[in-house]
Design a protein around this ligand. Structure first.
Ligand code: CA
Length: 221
């Protein structure tokens, strides 16, 4: 995966950052700390975070879902864009990484907006459905284990309201989705979901080539 927009020369990417990204200090600090971790490249790019904050504001979102927290950059950027009464249900299994996220949610003054479920995300999504929360979310961000992407997509599609938006990360997978030589399970899972969404008349969609590829799916009804 890549954590900067694919296919741009470094000169053009630097230019894009210089005229587009307005990254608050707390997000910059979290990005710097995360970049020191062995898995640091899993965090989203700053231009993607800012784009997601814009989407959340456009939607007037109040209740959002996050599948895959890691160290919390995406949840922090979304939480900062939500109104004071906004809520994020966040799913992850990793206590060590999400402890970093919690520290930054506290520092950013958004901890009370975020309800972290430390459990397999599929179990949390099923629980939300059992509790009757289908159709109540305005926005969902899917960025977790790729082998479950289709399961996360189907559950999220039930949980968001008509007119709600799902954003799915890493859909270009460093370009590997287009390379027929690459046949590992994760790449195949992403390809399979990309094809499924292309044919899915329940949604209106766009594959946006920002960062590692971000598919936007609008639930039609
Ligand atoms: Ca990702």
């Amino acid at each position: 995966m890549t954590n900067q927009t694919l296919g741009l020369s470094s000169q053009l990417y630097e230019y894009l950052l210089s005229v587009s990204v307005r990254e608050p200090e707390i997000l910059r600090k979290l990005r710097a700390e995360t970049s020191q971790l062995p898995m640091g490249r899993m965090q989203i790019a700053p231009e993607q975070g800012q784009f997601m904050a814009l989407l959340v504001q456009l939607l007037g979102a109040k209740k959002t879902l996050e599948v895959g927290v890691f160290t919390g950059y995406s949840s922090l950027v979304v939480a900062l864009a939500l109104p004071p009464e906004g809520k994020i249900i966040a799913c992850d299994v990793d206590e060590r990484y999400t402890n970093i996220a919690r520290r930054y949610w506290e520092q950013g003054g958004v901890a009370e907006k975020i309800d972290l479920h430390l459990a397999p995300a599929l179990a949390t999504l099923e629980l939300l459905l059992q509790k009757g929360e289908a159709g109540t979310f305005d926005f969902a961000f899917i960025d977790a284990d790729k082998s479950n992407y289709e399961n996360y997509y189907e559950r999220s599609l039930l949980l968001v309201r008509p007119g709600g938006l799902i954003a799915i990360d890493n859909v270009l997978w460093s370009g590997q989705v287009a390379d027929p030589q690459v046949q590992d399970k994760r790449t195949q899972a992403i390809r399979s979901l990309n094809q499924k969404i292309h044919q899915d008349d329940r949604v209106t969609h766009a594959l946006v080539p920002i960062a590692d590829g971000l598919t936007l799916v609008l639930k039609r009804f």
